[in-house]
Write a protein that binds this ligand. Sequence first.
Ligand code: PBG
Ligand code: ZN
Length: 328
Amino acid sequence: MSTTIPITRPRRLRMSASLRRTVAETRLHPSQLVLPVFVVPGRGVRRPIESMPGHAQLSVDRVSVLAKEAEAAGVGGMMLFGVPETKDEVGSSAWDPSGPVPQALEAMADAAPGLVRWADVCLCEYTSHGHCGPLRGDVVDNDASLPLLARASVAYAEAGADIVAPSDMMDGRVAAIREALDAAGHTDTVICSYAVKYASGYYGPFRDAAGSAPTFGDRRSHQMDPANSREAIREVSLDLAEGADMVMVKPAGPYLDIVRAVAETVEVPIVAYQVSGEFAMIEAAAARGWIERERVMMEALTGIARAGAGIILSYFAIEAAHLIGEQG
Ligand code: PBG
Ligand code: ZN
């Protein structure tokens, strides 16, 4: 048998960093990254979150400082979550105009006008029982929660939110929110629906950060079963019919098949949320020296973009933006 010299050599295109950069199909840009932030009442407060190294609950003045840093790094926006002073059965502090989220939205406009202001809309941070809406028996009362979510959305729009992002997974909430926003004159406020949100164990660190763990039970009666994918398309179709401008898949890393399927099915921007547990796992393994931290961070984000997400929520947003800048 004669030795054959291969004519086709895929390796040719991988021989140098400059060639690899030239042929790369997926390029991250800082503007597609969005940083989630936890806002608390008070001034000068920075309360570190143990399970999320480098992250902390911040008072509004500290959010402004962080917003400047994010803007300088080229990050696209920040998503605000509120940790309120008081909680009740229905979560009424969610629509308090002097609550942490509306205050932080206003402060962001001055501190970092170039950032897109995203406000998460859910009631679990604001209810005494930690569920995503008022209860009937021991499950969330879907229809009773809709006007409350709408009220919170209007409060955030009044405070200057560019995008409201309902994360509650109640049926019909996008329509209720769209109708309330329009009635209040906020016809240009964008709705990014967490259309495909799984009942996931990866939210653990977030619930410490936001103080939103349910006091009993779980969220399986409204968040999606990890076993399902066809249902994801159904949720997306419904939310778009109700007026969603963008749709989100969450978590991101364990659900890349879903990101891809949604991206191939609909024409709106696709958002993926690299959640707290995905972040914490990378940090924890890196802290033990078991993986290369920055390399895995960028690989995880690239995978999410390659699957079809144009916008990525990530606790690595600022650092990744810096790394993207360095790598050109
Ligand atoms: C609240 C909400 C959660 C997350 C975003 N919005 C937690 C939950 O559903 O319990 C999780 C984000 C993360 O883990 O980083 N509905
Ligand atoms: Zn919730």
